[in-house]
Design a binder for this molecule. Structure first.
Ligand code: ZN
Length: 431
């Protein structure tokens, strides 16, 4: 495992934050993003445009549920607008036509699509593979509020939990969009868990309780406005997950990227205790840190066919684990041949919501034994396990820890910096 400087820096209290003194990352030139639609190779005109980058201080979020849609209907101050694709252009019912159509602005209070409300503006453009792409250009703090509301059960969340999640989400977005060590910056983030869940503005009901929740959310994001996690002079590419199971995972065991540092595995007492409590049956299964899931024969055989192993999956076992017991690599043996697979890829193929983590504590039949029907997995934790653990953070906040204390638990080498002017994050040559 790669080692980083172990100088532990004390996380400054919010009130004690000073303007950043750190050197700023040089933003690599944008080349191509695996999540972006590829640009057309032919020179015919008009070309399909790349996703326009959001103005500085804003985030471009791609609304996945409209990927390749044929028609999008929106409501703004101007009324209801329908947008469709015509060839390589888009046309709207209010008379706009072009390679990109923009509806709403930061000052219009947002745009409604279905039951969701998006602050900022909505951009609609052709998708390279047909249909439309829909992008929300949203001011950073509005975006962070939306992410916190989507990522946490906010009704029962304390201010410290909301604040720590807000800082982690803001740091992730800044690091992804403004450049990461060894990697170019990106133009947009997905609104799914590919990046951070984001469903637009939180819309509370009219009840007094809902209004209080919304006020608490607004206050938490406002309190942490412009505060970022910083490691070695760079904004931390802060990852987070639902529950680690008792110890967080190493970055390089999960992501096929250069480890940005700052996310060394740590013990998470709250999850470890919850995992122990699960066996007593004192918590409902949905709140458990441990889990079981059974793959039915058809799912297993379909997996075998998909991987070219034959028509039946005969056995499955780990070939590489980390020191906590997470499975890093598995071998799947079918009736024709065998194949080694990254366990995160196995999770993707079987469904991230089914195989909830790579911390697999056992299977039935046992690993390597013949599978003659279904296969039951038992494991700990939910999600990839890297960085900030939402379950552990909730428990720590209920014990009275502040947001800086919670963040220090999961990112011990990070400091908090309030970036009063976001331009401080830009290299001097990039104005
Ligand atoms: Zn945890």
């Amino acid at each position: 495992m790669r080692r980083f400087s172990l100088v532990v820096l004390v996380i400054a209290a919010f009130s004690a934050c000073h303007p950043p003194q750190w050197t700023t990352p040089v933003r690599a030139p944008f080349t191509e993003d695996p999540l972006e639609p590829s640009r057309p190779r032919e020179a015919s005109s008009p070309r399909i445009p790349a996703v326009p980058a959001a103005p500085f201080g804003s985030v471009a979020a791609r609304l996945e549920r409209f990927e390749r849609a044929t028609l999008v209907e929106l409501k703004s101050l101007a009324g209801t607008i329908r947008v469709e694709r015509r060839g390589r252009e888009v046309v709207s019912s209010d008379g706009q036509r072009g390679s990109v159509i923009t509806i709403g602005s930061a000052t219009t209070g947002g745009v409604a699509i279905g039951d969701r409300l998006y602050r900022g503006s909505i951009l609609i453009l052709p998708h390279a593979q047909g249909g439309l792409s829909v992008i929300n250009h949203v001011p950073m703090e509005d975006y962070v509020r939306g992410v916190v509301a989507s990522e946490l059960a906010i009704w029962s969340a304390s201010p410290a939990l909301l604040e720590s999640q807000a800082i982690a989400a803001r740091s992730y977005a800044e690091a992804q969009l403004r450049g990461r060590p060894g990697k170019h910056s990106r133009t947009f983030l997905s609104d799914s868990t590919l990046d951070q869940a984001y469903a637009g503005e939180y819309q509370p009901g009219k009840s007094e309780g809902a209004q209080k929740v919304a006020a608490r959310l607004r206050r938490a994001v406002e309190t942490t406005r412009d505060i970022l996690l910083v490691v070695n002079g760079r904004v931390l590419d802060a990852r987070f997950h639902a529950s680690c199971g008792g110890r967080t995972a190493s970055f390089e065991s999960v992501f096929d990227e250069i480890d940005p540092g700052g996310m060394t595995p740590v013990r998470c007492d709250a999850c470890a205790k919850s995992a122990a409590d699960d066996s007593t049956g004192s918590t409902p299964a949905s709140a458990n840190v441990t889990w079981k899931w059974t793959a039915e024969p058809e799912q297993l055989n379909s997996l075998a066919r998909q991987l070219g192993l034959g028509t039946r999956l005969r056995s499955l076992f780990p070939v590489r684990r980390d020191n906590t017991g997470r499975w890093l690599e598995v071998r799947l043996v079918g009736d024709r041949t065998g194949h080694n697979l990254d366990t995160t890829e196995l999770r993707r193929l079987l469904g991230f919501n089914n195989l909830k983590s790579t911390w697999i504590i056992g299977t039935r039949p046992a690993p390597g034994n013949p599978i003659n029907g279904s296969l039951t997995f038992a494991g700990r934790g939910r999600g990839h396990g890297v960085g900030f653990c939402q379950t552990g953070a909730r428990e720590l906040s209920e014990r009275g820890l502040s947001a800086p204390q919670i963040l220090k638990t999961y990112f011990p080498t990070a400091t908090l910096s309030r970036v009063s002017s976001r331009s401080a994050l830009l290299p001097a040559s990039d104005s």
